[in-house]
Design a protein around this ligand. Sequence first.
Ligand code: SAM
Length: 224
Amino acid sequence: MNFTVMTLFPGLIEQVCAESIIGRAQSAGAISVSAVDIRSYSKDKHRRVDDTPYGGGKGMLMSAPCVYDCFADVASHLEGSVHTVYMSPQGSLLTQKKAKELQKYDNLVILCGHYEGIDSRVIEEIVDEEISIGDYVLTGGELPACVLIDSVARLCPGVLADAECYENESISCGMLEYPQYTRPYDFHGKKVPDVLLRGNHAEIEAWRKEEALKLTQKKRPDLL
Ligand code: SAM
């Protein structure tokens, strides 16, 4: 799957996505992430990409033509299915279900706003869907874009070692995951539950189910 991010700050995307599992997945060719600088499409001699909003008000808006030209160029180079998302506090909230849905496209084009946002006309023209990462407002769409990329990319074949890694996880499985432990056996007097040491897989499975249910009831009863 290819992720193409349209942004005024490509370095933010490149740095975050070059690290850890997403970085390794790119090196292995399981996904690709590229960041395209919207500013390169400005026709202004000072490379301005923003202007004051009609009707007055504080702040600056990213103007429509450079965003549109950037999108047209990006789209002309893509093959396969394309879905365009604008990261926006006005969008629908990102969920695991949404990440699964988006994983089906060959290309996800992600538009990041900055300042007061983007001229509404270009959003109407090029965007399929607006997505928010939560009910708070950030300074730009780059961190939300990285969150979206991470949530979708880890569902792509070849990114995690095994699909089981995410199928049993919190939220994906419909509740929270059971508690997990690794060495040492005794940490500050707290010992690993005996059931996990006995090697009886049916018993371990039953214990995990019960613990997952208890945790969900305690922390996220709304999931049940
Ligand atoms: N004036 C806009 C409004 O009230 O809807 C907010 C603009 S915000 C300061 C600048 C940019 O940050 C937005 O264009 C969007 O790309 C991004 N952004 C801010 N909060 C976000 C959120 N919760 N989820 C996704 N993107 C967000």
